[in-house]
Design a protein around this ligand. Structure first.
Ligand code: HEC
Length: 113
């Protein structure tokens, strides 16, 4: 019984693990070469805007990422759902590569240049 409880607790801890936050992320000492025009704009267009600019997916209408302002407004939530180790967005079917999530984390942590 004790063992079963421990197993359940471990399982819950894994599922409920808090996402890494934007506050915890660090910009590399030399800054980032990633830019809105050449990295972020096409990245959000490819992996997010299909759902986040239209009504077809159930994505909340307030969460639009097709402008710098939209991204800045929601940066903390974008990080918590999709950057670095966080993988709950997009919900599929097309997942960005791990490298893309790492770049998104870096660009957000460096102040979204
Ligand atoms: C296949 C459709 C789809 C794609 C693609 C998608 N989303 Fe979402 N998104 C949703 C839906 C549905 C919700 C509402 C349910 C939820 O929050 O899980 C949502 C909600 C959100 C929210 C608001 C909820 C919160 O946790 O604050 C954020 C932020 C978000 N998505 C970020 C992103 C980012 C960043 C991308 C691209 C890397 C992305 N999403 C791609 C469908 C999508």
């Amino acid at each position: 019984m004790r063992l079963a409880l421990a197993a359940v607790a471990a399982l819950l801890a894994g599922c409920l693990e808090a996402p890494m936050t934007l506050d915890e992320a660090t910009c590399p000492p030399g800054g980032t070469a990633l830019r809105y025009d050449t990295f972020a704009q096409p990245y959000f267009a490819q992996y997010c805007d299909g759902c986040h600019t239209g009504a077809r997916s159930g994505a909340p209408a307030a969460y639009r990422f097709d402008s710098r302002d939209g991204i800045r407004t929601h940066a903390a939530r974008i990080f918590a759902r999709a950057a670095g180790p966080n993988v709950s967005m997009p919900p599929g079917p097309v997942d960005p590569p791990e490298e893309g999530r790492a770049q998104l984390a870096e660009w957000l942590a460096c102040g979204m240049p």
